[in-house]
Design a protein around this ligand. Structure first.
Ligand SMILES: Cc1cc2nc3c(=O)[nH]c(=O)nc-3n(C[C@H](O)[C@H](O)[C@H](O)COP(=O)(O)OP(=O)(O)OC[C@H]3O[C@@H](n4cnc5c(N)ncnc54)[C@H](O)[C@@H]3O)c2cc1C
Length: 545
């Protein structure tokens, strides 16, 4: 905890405030924008300050919203209900939030999507059942988790709940642009290039405002700040852990320069919505060292600054070790027909498992090593299906598959030779392949529960192994952080270790513990940003002091 991040003022009324508002929103990504809109709608004057231009991880994301019982599902012929959504999510979220909070999240899910639509965002029931890491062009509703895997489908009726904003390519930028436009139209003011560096606290421990560093004073600093951010944002999905650390360091240098410090009084509350901490490699090393070499997904704003501010004000954290680790293998669909083994030559999962389930299993496998085994026909089918076309998105679907197939694979003329080349025990690997082939021929059922459409015998003696390990050079696991500040689940107020709320301080989105903090599913972070953002915005606006 860094005490210098707190400015204690015994008498806030005697301070020379530069600006006074009802609600100060610190970080203008998805969750912050939702908090700002909700607070403004409740009649509060709202200032949002963002370290860069706004948008954060939300803007570079897929923009998928996880929702159940929606009109778009009905359009596609699915009679999903909040109850089935709850039954499914309970299995994934566990006890990360109280049962009544998870229930409320599910009950409000469809209304929250309607709220987004009313703000001007566009959704659709155009659906495809094809397994995919992200919907191809023209598809806006898909299965974005483990819903149809047998162990879940036995307890909750599967339904596609991933709702992508209508638009071309990845639509996180459309999602953010829609929210930002709606917020500004409702009177929210936005200061860009304005990081918050200290919270201002009175003698009771109430958060009464914040210090903002405004970079606008020095054009050359501003230019450099914007440049570092733009570059890092362009490299989402490519930037390595070392690249992320370097970007954060360069940002800190600029921010330590010529900025003007401005004191903003927040009469009703300060909302911390600064995202997660995957770009802060020290924090990742401290809380989740297994993922030290994995690829960080996010922007230089994801350096945990809001979590640290909350801690300095006395806030507790939870599940800081919880990481989303994604290993997408489809499209191309041919790859889902293959066999996934660990370095002991043993199968670790049904290969059609959701990307982040597969990723976590790989991370937790011995040495975090895993191989995807293909026969010759599957290898060539996959290569053909990696070519642009059929609605495939070049950067998301084609490039990673190509990289793995062409530069991250080993080929051998026999199973034994492949096992040796991959450092796997030969007998164990051959036994695994033999059993997998019996499943593929339909002689035995699959104990892992892979969908029948994807079961397949590996034919011929030539086999390929794609390196899908955590530290694969061609495609390391992609990661996000899921833990954060502990909050009161009715109000969004940050809580101290003893559970009491810190008056005047809220945390939302990935700065807080929320629905996805135990287990991430595609769409759950955006949906949680709406849920937690609206909750905090509403409560803060209604809390005059
Ligand atoms: C490539 C990618 C794809 C993804 N796809 C999906 C998806 O399809 N669906 C889904 O649900 N989730 C997805 N996610 C995850 C999801 O986007 C994020 O977890 C979520 O959007 C985080 O929202 P947030 O508002 O909490 O934080 P952010 O959107 O990161 O916003 C935080 C903001 O705070 C600002 N900030 C940081 N520090 C300060 C400070 N000290 N002072 C002022 N401002 C500050 C940042 O500049 C930033 O603008 C994806 C993530 C990535 C990276």
């Amino acid at each position: 905890v860094d005490e210098s991040q707190i400015l204690a003022v015994p008498k806030p009324d005697e301070i020379a405030w530069d600006e006074t508002v009802d609600v100060l929103v610190v970080g203008f990504g998805g969750a912050g924008a939702c908090a700002a809109i909700e607070a403004a709608a409740a009649g509060a004057s709202v200032l949002a300050v963002d370290r860069f231009t706004g948008g954060g991880a939300t803007e570079v994301s897929g923009g998928v919203y996880y929702g159940g019982g929606t009109r778009f599902q009905r359009e596609a012929g699915f009679a999903d209900t909040p109850d089935e959504m709850f039954k499914y999510l309970k299995m994934e979220a566990g006890d990360i939030v109280a049962e009544r909070t998870l229930r409320r999240f599910c009950d409000e899910s469809s209304a929250n999507l309607d709220w987004l639509a009313a703000l001007g965002l566009s959704y659709s029931g155009s659906f495809s059942a094809t397994k995919t890491s992200y919907p191809a062009t023209g598809i806006f509703l898909y299965f974005s988790g483990n819903e149809y895997a047998p162990r879940y489908a036995a307890l909750a009726v599967p339904a596609p709940r991933g709702h992508k904003v209508v638009g071309k390519g990845t639509t996180g930028s459309k999602y953010y642009a829609g929210l930002a436009k709606a917020a500004l139209a409702r009177g929210v003011r936005l200061w860009t290039h304005s990081p918050v560096t200290r919270l201002i606290v009175d003698s009771q421990g109430t958060v009464v405002g914040a210090e903002v560093r405004r970079l606008a004073a020095e054009p050359s600093d501003l230019k450099r700040h914007a440049q570092i951010y733009r570059r890092a944002r362009r490299m989402v999905g490519i930037l390595t852990a070392a690249g992320a650390a370097e970007a954060v360091q360069r940002v800190a240098e600029v921010e330590g320069g010529s900025a003007t410090t401005v004191r903003v009084q927040a009469r009703r509350g300060v909302v911390l919505s600064t995202g997660g901490f995957i770009f802060n490699r020290q924090m990742v090393n401290q809380y989740a060292p297994l993922y030290d070499d994995a690829q960080p997904l996010g922007t230089p704003g994801c350096d945990g600054s809001g979590i640290k501010l909350g801690q300095a004000a006395g806030g507790a954290t939870r599940r800081m070790d919880s990481i989303m680790a994604s290993r997408t293998i489809a499209p191309p669909t041919a790859l889902v027909h293959g066999l996934v083994v660990n370095r002991e030559g043993r199968r670790i999962t049904a290969e059609d498992a959701y990307a982040c389930t597969l990723g976590r299993l790989i991370a937790e496998a011995p040495g975090s090593v895993a191989w995807l085994i293909l026969d010759r026909a599957l290898y060539w089918d996959a290569l053909r299906d990696s070519l642009p076309g059929n609605g495939r998105l070049f950067l998301i679907h084609c490039v990673p598959a190509f990289m793995s197939l062409l530069f991250g694979s080993k080929k051998a003329r026999s199973g034994a030779e492949l096992a040796r080349r991959c450092g796997m025990p030969v007998d164990s690997f051959l036994a695994t392949v033999a059993e997998y082939n019996r499943i593929g021929r339909g002689e035995i059922d699959d104990p892992m529960g892979k969908k029948k459409d994807y079961r397949r015998e590996l034919k011929g003696s030539t086999l390929f192994a794609l390196n899908i390990s955590l530290r694969s050079k061609t495609a390391p696991l992609a990661t996000l952080t899921l833990g954060g500040l502990d909050v009161n689940e009715d109000t969004g107020q940050v809580r101290r270790p003893d559970g009491t709320p810190i008056v005047g301080l809220y945390a939302v989105g990935r700065t807080a513990v929320g629905i996805p903090s135990n287990y991430y599913l595609s769409g759950l972070a955006i949906a949680d940003g709406v849920f937690s953002g609206r909750r905090a915005g509403r409560h803060a606006a209604g809390s005059p002091r």
